[in-house]
Write a new protein. Structure first.
Length: 172
C-alpha cells in the first residue's frame, strides 16, 4: 500500500454499488475495456462508505484512456459498442444466475464507461455519435443496474477494494 500512496489519483465517480458489482466493474475496466480501445484501468481504488462507493482512478491511466478514446472511437466503432451493449442487455434479461448476470455486467462496463465519458465530454463525439448515445441512454436508462438490484445485498458496506483485495475501511 506504500507504493499506492505515492501515485496520483483522481476521484471520478460516486455510485451506490455493493462489493460484487464493484468486482464486476473492476473486471470490466481492466479486462474488457482494453479490448475495445487499447487502454483500461487496473489501479482503481474503490472506497465504499455505507454503500456509497467513490472511484479513484490512477491519473496516468486516465490520461492514457482519454487519448485512446479520442483516437480509437469513431462512428463505426461507437456503433458496434452500442450494438454490443444492447445485445448484452438482452442476454442479461434472460440470464438465470447471479454469477452469469455479474459476468455479463462486467462485459457491459466498457460501454458504460465510454458512455459516461461521452456524456461528460461531448467534444469526443463525431457525426451522429451524439444521437446514437442519446438513443441508447433513452432506451436502456437504468436497465443494467435494475437487473442487478438484488445481487449482493448482504455484503459489507464499508470497505476499500483494490486489485482484487478487500480491506476493511476502519483500517484506513
Amino acid at each position: 500500500m506504500e507504493k499506492l500512496a505515492r501515485k496520483k489519483y483522481t476521484k471520478e465517480v460516486t455510485r451506490f454499488y455493493n462489493l460484487e458489482k464493484i468486482k464486476a466493474w473492476n473486471i470490466g475496466e481492466f479486462k474488457y475495456l482494453p479490448k475495445i480501445i487499447g487502454a483500461g484501468f487496473k489501479n482503481t481504488i474503490f472506497v465504499s462508505n455505507n454503500g456509497a462507493v467513490e472511484f479513484y482512478y490512477d491519473s496516468k491511466e486516465v490520461e492514457i484512456f482519454e487519448k485512446a478514446l479520442e483516437s480509437e472511437i469513431g462512428e463505426k466503432e461507437f456503433d458496434k459498442i452500442c450494438t454490443d451493449f444492447m445485445f448484452l442487455i438482452f442476454r442479461l434479461k434472460n440470464s438465470h444466475s447471479d454469477r452469469e448476470r455479474l459476468k455479463l455486467f462486467s462485459k457491459m462496463v466498457p460501454a458504460l464507461t465510454i458512455f459516461n465519458e461521452f456524456d461528460e465530454y461531448p467534444d469526443y463525439l463525431e457525426g451522429e455519435m451524439g444521437e446514437a448515445l442519446m438513443k441508447v441512454r433513452t432506451a436502456t436508462h437504468s436497465e443494467p443496474y435494475d437487473l442487478l438490484r438484488n445481487i449482493g445485498i448482504e455484503e459489507p458496506k464499508n470497505f476499500i477494494y483494490f486489485k482484487g483485495k478487500v480491506y476493511p475501511l476502519a483500517e484506513f
